[in-house]
Design a binder for this molecule. Structure first.
Ligand SMILES: Nc1ncnc2c1ncn2[C@@H]1O[C@H](COP(=O)(O)OP(=O)(O)OP(=O)(O)O)[C@@H](O)[C@H]1O
Ligand SMILES: [Mg+2]
Length: 283
């Protein structure tokens, strides 16, 4: 579905974090492929991936190195295009988005957390978090308020906010990266191996933060190659050689997560599948 030309601000029409889009799915992929060409060599990174993710879900994507996880995340985040297939984000085919609409989608609807932290080492924590808003036209005071709220949500102690990011521990840096991803209160958080560079204890604390964000209504897609990390999510999709090989609800149900204000029609399939102990192979 193409947005009409007179629809000047997508922002105004965008659902807030807890509202379901009209189609019900936040993400719907049909038969995505991705072929990388380098020289005369072709790499088939995705070979026909179909999946849906509903608002309020917490999904782990697992698979061995080179299986296509980051490729899929880049497509889901509109950082890259598939070679073929369809990708609907909040009910709209993203190949039909204009460049401005894509930029808005990435800036306003999605927060990215990468394995490499990508912070400016000689800028303060607050400066790093506020960065995505610098060209947004939002007044400085308001930008800083948003940054502080995001840092609180990401669980970084206030005493660290004026530190330079190269004066922080790995776990603290990752909290800054999460705060930066949260600054626009994105509906969807895409995290690629967010605990890959952290020790187990610090990684656990970061994963707890993701659970809390999910409880607050953020949809989370987290990439990992560790099953202990995937188990923290509510659903695990396994990918191998560019194909989904399993897609299952995780056995546990955290009380707070069940009570989260997810839309009724989005939560229903999850509950049903979990009750049935269903393991569905998508492709
Ligand atoms: N820009 C690129 N150009 C060429 N080939 C690429 C490119 N990016 C990824 N690939 C190839 O595509 C395949 C999938 O890569 P991808 O990065 O998606 O794997 P991954 O599952 O994220 O692996 P890892 O766990 O090591 O991060 C690999 O064979 C990789 O070498
Ligand atoms: Mg990767």
């Amino acid at each position: 579905m193409k947005a009409s030309a007179d629809e000047t601000t997508r922002e105004r029409d965008m659902p807030t974090v807890n509202e379901a889009p009209s189609s019900g799915h936040m993400i719907e992929c049909r038969d995505l492929t991705k072929v990388y060409l380098s020289g005369d060599q072709e790499t088939h990174a995705l070979c026909g991936v179909s999946l849906t993710i509903d608002p309020g879900e917490y999904v782990a994507i697992m698979g061995p190195s080179g299986s296509g996880k980051s490729t899929l995340m880049h497509i889901l985040g509109a950082l890259d295009n598939p070679t073929s297939g369809e990708y609907y984000f909040e009910g709209q085919e993203i190949s039909e988005f204009s460049d401005d609409e894509l930029a808005d989608m990435r800036r306003l609807r999605i927060g990215f957390v990468f394995q490499q932290f990508n912070l400016l080492p000689r800028a303060t924590v607050l400066r790093n978090v506020v960065l995505p808003l610098v060209y947004s036209g939002i007044p400085r005071g308001e930008r800083e308020e948003k940054a502080e709220a995001a840092l609180r949500k990401a669980g970084l102690e206030e005493s660290h906010w004026t530190h330079l990011s190269n004066q922080l521990s790995g776990g603290q840096i990752q909290r800054v990266a999460i705060a930066r991803a949260l600054i626009n209160d994105p509906a969807l958080i895409l995290a690629d191996e967010p605990t890959g560079n952290l020790d187990t204890k610090t990684g656990d604390i970061i994963l707890e933060t993701f659970n809390e964000l999910n409880d607050k209504g953020h949809t989370i897609v987290l990439i990992t190659h560790e099953s202990a990390v995937a188990e923290r999510a509510r659903r695990t999709i396994r990918i191998m050689d560019g194909l989904i090989v399993s897609d299952q609800r995780n056995g546990h149900h955290r009380a707070a997560a069940v009570a989260a204000p997810a839309p009724v029609d989005a939560a229903a399939p999850a509950e049903t599948a979990a009750a049935a102990g269903e393991t569905e192979v998508v492709s």
